[in-house]
Design a protein around this ligand. Sequence first.
Ligand code: PMP
Length: 434
Amino acid sequence: KAKQLLDAQEKYESNNRSYPRSFPLAPKRAKGTIIEDVDGNQYMDFFSLCGVVNVGHGNEDVLTATRAQLEELIHAMDFPTETKLAYIRNLNQHLPESLNGKVKINFCGPTGADAVEAAMKLARLHTKRNLIISFQGSYHGMTTGALSVTSNRNSRKGLAVLNQGHHFAPFSYCYRCPYGKEPDSCKIECASHLRNLLENPHSGIDKPAAVLMEPIQGEGGIVIPKAAFHQEVRNICDEHGVMLIHDEVQAGFYRTGKMLSSEHFGVTPDVVTMSKGVGGIGMPCALLVIKKEFDTWGGGTHAGTFRGHQVSMAAGNAALHFIEEHQISQYVTEAGALLFDGLNTIKKQSPFIGEVRGAGLFLGVEFVKNKKTKEPWPEYCVRLRQRLFENGVLIEVGGYYSNVIRILPPLITTRNMLNTFLEIFDRVNSEIAK
Ligand code: PMP
């Protein structure tokens, strides 16, 4: 049956698919961490269908709230509703001290790129400047504006309309430090590059409206920077009156154990983009968290029909309640440590695992042909992803060189299942390494 569906899709749907090219899945139903396909095969979803179902597929508490909202009110444009205000209040409660009560929430269109577009527009209107600086290895979405600040050459090729007034600064990617430094002794040269861009009269760029960054890069291969890098970027933005936008579309909503991944680094952004997890169980939703002093756009400046869908907001709010009641934050920290340690044990015996990194249940395993030369090995990852699929495990590949396995299970994945994953990963990895 799966084969029939995949063939039919090939025939009738525009040739524009991405994930079915990674593995041939035809899902039928899903619960918790498990997805069942149309033939009754079960898979452990260790990428949460793109970092979305943080509280698990079909989470019962969230489903109940979603059903109730469906019965009562589905579409209300951007009129005030009790559902919306309850969600806004709860979102505030979950934000770190430095933002809680000091922000306005801006619901955008349904998807992550909508939040990124809105954030960049706000920065431009607020500062009356145009340039946005983002980072090498970044992913911000596929709409024209968001793609303009996304660094992957392959995604950008053939689109001459992009590239206007943007710049990509090096990220703090210590395993592949572009300056050849070691993390313990470096002087955060990556951040110095950003400073130089802003301060050198011959840098060739205008003063930017904003610096836009993922606090931990997701598609870029779960690249987790040094805290000092984040702090220095914050300082540079403050010194130059540049807005700091954090894209938490993938790393936010407790993926790393904290509501915002920036909480790990002790920095507070001016604007945050969020999506994926904020719709609870996969209901489309995207929003901005804006520090009040930056909420300067006038009414109607950024309109849209589907801004803040009632069902998505009810689902997102129920997800936050679930996270609180079940102490998910604590669990993610413990479960993340279990997975991190397990992967590091596997790394010790594997000649091809260069690095294991990440935070909470947001982990990356970087594969290389040789640990000394660090030559990336993307083909290994493709094979690993395929073999894991055949063994009932879904993971995704990312990274600057497509050589990083990205591991993002739902935050409710049991310790048993994490251990099962580690066993399968170890076995499949050893098979391929032979
Ligand atoms: N920002 C980040 C950090 C993302 O990971 C993604 C999606 N992978 C996006 C933005 C874009 O989100 P969407 O695909 O929902 O437009």
